[in-house]
Design a protein around this ligand. Structure first.
Ligand SMILES: C[S@@+](CC[C@H](N)C(=O)[O-])C[C@H]1O[C@@H](n2cnc3c(N)ncnc32)[C@H](O)[C@@H]1O
Length: 169
């Protein structure tokens, strides 16, 4: 199945390099997981829905067998993510990252490598979200020592996409 425009765009923003470790939060059907693996990354995908991780597992069976993908069925705050740090954390359309108190950011702070990057992307369904969501992400992430570097937009269909890139302040 062809990957959606928005997830292809998000994968390009993460720009995973060969051998990088990437965490995707709310991996859904595992489409972005596949794209990240295709770019050379080793990926841990977390989703609190067992239906979603099952679908992601079917889509990424080969990469899982090769040890390049691990899927975890849990809420991020309860997930066993192992001890190795991640070079990048990415999510698409996961509201937890802009809904206070957002303890998910504590997890990101814990698992992100010192040089790591974070990409929180969302579909722009209402015009007011263009300012409101990145501002909320910025506030919540700042409490954990992360700062917004850039806010990017893409004219994807059916909704425009927005990606907020962050790094340690
Ligand atoms: C709107 S869907 C987006 C799925 C996929 N990222 C995409 O863009 O197609 C949000 C997904 O995130 C998962 N999710 C939401 N909050 C989560 C959390 N705190 N921890 C783990 N998974 C979460 C949901 O179960 C759902 O599968």
């Amino acid at each position: 199945m062809r990957a959606s425009e928005r997830l292809t765009w998000a994968s390009g923003i993460v720009a995973a390099g060969a051998g990088e470790r990437v965490l995707e939060v709310g991996c859904g059907h595992g489409v972005l997981v596949s794209l990240l693996v295709g770019a050379g990354a080793d990926v841990v995908g977390v989703d609190r829905s067992a239906t979603m991780t099952a679908a992601a597992g079917r889509r990424n069976a080969q990469a899982m067998a090769a040890g390049r993908v691990r899927l975890v069925t849990a809420s991020l705050t309860a997930a066993d993510l192992g001890a190795a740090p991640f070079d990048a954390v990415v999510s698409f359309d996961v509201r937890a990252f802009w809904s206070p108190p957002a303890p998910e950011w504590d997890v990101v702070d814990r698992v992100l490598a010192p040089h790591g990057r974070v990409v929180v992307a969302f579909s722009l369904m209402t015009p007011d979200a263009l300012d409101r969501v990145p501002a909320a992400i910025g506030r919540l992430a700042a409490e954990r020592g992360l700062a917004v570097m850039t806010v990017l937009r893409a004219p994807t269909s059916p909704y425009e996409s927005v990606a907020v890139e962050l790094r340690r302040a």
